[in-house]
Design a protein around this ligand. Sequence first.
Ligand code: SF4
Length: 412
Amino acid sequence: MSWVYDGKSLKAFTNALYVSAMRRLRRNPDHGHPFVLYCEPTSFCNLRCPACPTGTRRSGLERASRDLAGFKTLLDEAGDYLFSLYFYNWGEPLLHPELPEMVAHAHGKGILCYVSSNLSMPLSDDYCRRLMASGLFQLKVGVDGATQEGHAAYRVGSNLETVKDNLRRLVAIKRASGGQGPRINVRFHVFAHNEHEIARCAEDMRAIGVDSFAASPSDLPPGSEPPADPRYRKSEQTARQLAALRERGDAAPCSWLYDAAVVNPNWSVFPCCSAPSESFSFGRVTPVPGRAGSSLAEVWRNGSYRRARACFRAENLPGWLERVLPGANDGTDGMCLSRAGARDAALLCEHCPTPYILERFSGDVVRLSRIFWNRAVKYLREGDPRMGGMFVRAALLGLARCIAPRIPGNKD
Ligand code: SF4
């Protein structure tokens, strides 16, 4: 990863440290910027997955497709501070014809880029080649079965043969370029109806030549049976995390509010990925050159963000936990389906539906700490103790932040 982050300027690292320190102190990062961005290219999807607000067509998000020029303008402002950019959230990113150009632009700014796709659409060879050459770091693909029935029981409308054909062509392009291109990781979402197909699907994916295959617990459509294998029951995992929060009576401030921002294709800004309705918006950026409006930094420091971060101040935290924990989505509410399309929502964080994702970006911070260490060693070897010492302190602060109070067992 250092081949990407090494291109970042000092201000990117100092910003990440600054917001980490502000999080630790439970204060507002009044001079900071997000260093992780969720910036999906489309808010719509070709499938009808029954746990998803977009798939069930219950989403309260405006149907929109991101404008490439606006995306570049947004990155002109925010890109210098970003380490990771996720091109997915509620929509299907590969439905956007200019996704490869967006990825290439972000990659050019030294940002690690991630895409997650259902890959169940006709893709031209040219599009596949542009995507594989864009500098994308990881392409995650959802394949939920070894048979069409097993796969499409949840991924309603998907065609397994189309997905496999696309995978074969992407793998062939990667091989032809000597292994250049993103890691292609297949993720199998486990349900009661498909758990018996995991091993066969893994075998099929190995034969195609993807870089990795993993089966993982999934959000269940409301009322559906959990998998028999307890390792794949998300509701149990979530219940453990919520119980841990209850017992501790403490939590570090939500990492989404300090590290990240979600900018929707229509430029509304959400605090995290748990908001399936425009009424949860914290503001709107206007990335049009020459047009007056809010910058991402302005929205990120506005009254909604301040109110949200205030939930985690020591004096407010007990009341927040008491309010939030009883109504939290324990994995049986699909992907926050009950809140999809909400119109009169209060500030989302004051009634956080997913307190088990507060620690989402610790993995990113650990990666940054490693880069800090590497830089410290480099400067010390070159005989520059001032810079070396600065990066040692930076690495320590980054690590210190990761041992702040957090929800046990939470992972990226
Ligand atoms: S809704 Fe919850 S998870 Fe999302 S940003 Fe607010 S506190 Fe964090």
